[in-house]
Design a protein around this ligand. Structure first.
Ligand SMILES: Cc1ncc(COP(=O)(O)O)c(C=O)c1O
Length: 399
């Protein structure tokens, strides 16, 4: 079982006087930062804030730390070092990838998008229609938000080159069977682009084992700095047109990062690997097993919250009511604007948000008004049982 006290000791926010007494439930928006990331950021700015990859010591160390971040994060994700790149954000990364696909695909070929995705893995691909590419929509069940692989089977044919979908949505939160969906796409001759932004904070997945051709997530939600991590598997990265300077085309990890990266933040991403390894050492397991430890902890805390919500018939919980099937990101449709309810929760010492969370298409597909929005309550493995109890009590007061 996860040692909650040990985990929380790795996050300065839990010892920060200005945050005392406030339980954080907007983790799906951005997580607290772990100590090793903060230490590395500070060290970079104090000691290594020079152009990296030069011959002098500070520069060499800066470059080495950036390479270390890529090497260790790639290893955690089960992919080759060259297959992982760092960009400014996931939204930016998908825009660049969509530009590459626009050049790669022929008019008349097709992409599949979902109406379960955050706009970042939806809008850029839908714009391929402007280049004569057919855009097919894989639709959720309007009651449950579920994305059914059987419906995807209907949409796949030899024209489809790419299937874009989320590992889990930031509203529905049901964990989609990435390996199964990817196998279906591959059998039809299509690549897959998986938005892992809402999943990765709950345990880094083995991207190699999932088989996805593209896997994206955002480090500012996985206890790190504000970076977008992008895996593009070699077979795809080599055939997609280069989007970087022409002389960088031969360096796999540079091909879809046209701009200069934020050196300090890239370097600090090694702190996420430090954190996972510290947890592994403390719990006597391999780094790859930390994922399951985190998930088990989340499920244990999530089920009582789901059960408490079941009894409220004026509240519509989006997505599954069983903890094992979902991330601990709960979107509640209240039949009234959600933002004032989030404000009322803030009065009770609960940090949460209300709105559409850039999931306008999913909300509309569920028959909800994006202006009214949903109340979103999201946590991670570092949340304590006491904080969940406090949330349940606060919900009793405001709902
Ligand atoms: C599921 C999901 N995908 C993509 C994004 C966009 O990520 P970024 O802010 O790094 O562009 C978000 C951000 O909230 C998200 O929740």
């Amino acid at each position: 079982m996860l040692d909650s006290d040990f985990v929380r000791a790795q996050f300065p926010a839990f010892a920060e006087p200005s945050l005392e007494g406030q339980a954080f439930f907007e983790n799906a928006g951005g997580s607290y930062t772990c100590q090793p990331v903060i230490d590395r950021l500070e060290r970079y700015y104090r000691q290594r804030k020079v152009q990296p990859y030069g011959p002098y010591a500070a520069s060499r160390l800066a470059g080495e730390e950036m390479d270390e971040a890529r090497r260790r994060m790639a290893a955690l994700l089960g992919v080759e070092t060259g297959e992982l790149s760092f960009g400014p954000s996931t939204t930016q990364n998908t825009y660049v990838l969509a530009q590459a696909f626009r050049q790669f695909m022929q008019p008349g070929e097709a992409v599949i998008v979902t109406n379960q995705d955050h706009e970042a893995n939806s809008g850029p691909w839908r714009r391929l229609a402007e280049a004569g590419i057919e855009v097919r929509e894989w639709r959720i069940d309007p009651e449950t938000g579920h994305l059914d692989p059987e419906d995807l089977a209907e949409l796949l044919d030899e024209k489809v080159r790419l299937v874009c979908f989320p590992h889990c949505s930031n509203i529905v939160a049901e964990i989609n069977p990435v390996a199964e969906i990817t196998a279906m796409a591959h059998a039809a001759g299509a690549f897959t682009c998986v938005d892992g932004v809402s999943y990765a904070p709950h345990g880094f997945p083995d991207v190699g084992a999932l088989g996805a051709d593209i896997y994206l997530f955002s480090a500012y939600k996985t206890y790190g700095p504000h970076q977008g991590l992008m895996v593009v598997r070699r077979a795809l990265a080599e055939v997609l047109p280069n989007q970087a300077h022409f002389f960088n085309a031969d360096v796999l990890y540079k091909r879809f990062i046209p701009a200069g990266p934020d050196h300090a933040q890239v370097a600090a991403c090694a702190g996420m690997a430090d954190y996972i390894e510290t947890l592994a050492a403390h719990h006597g397991c391999a780094p790859g097993a930390v994922h399951d430890l985190m998930r088990a902890q989340e499920e244990r805390l999530l089920q009582p919250l789901l059960d408490a919500l079941k009894g409220r018939n004026r509240v519509r919980l989006i997505g599954p009511a069983e903890a094992a099937r979902r991330a601990p990101t709960l979107a509640l449709a209240l039949g009234r604007p959600a933002a004032p309810v989030a404000a009322a929760l803030a009065e009770q010492g609960i940090m949460a948000g209300g709105g559409h969370f850039y999931a306008v298409r999913p909300l509309r597909a569920l028959g909800l008004d994006p202006e009214e929005g949903v109340l979103r309550l999201s946590f991670t493995h570092y949340t304590s049982e006491a904080e969940v109890t406090k949330l349940i009590e606060a919900l009793d007061a405001v709902l």
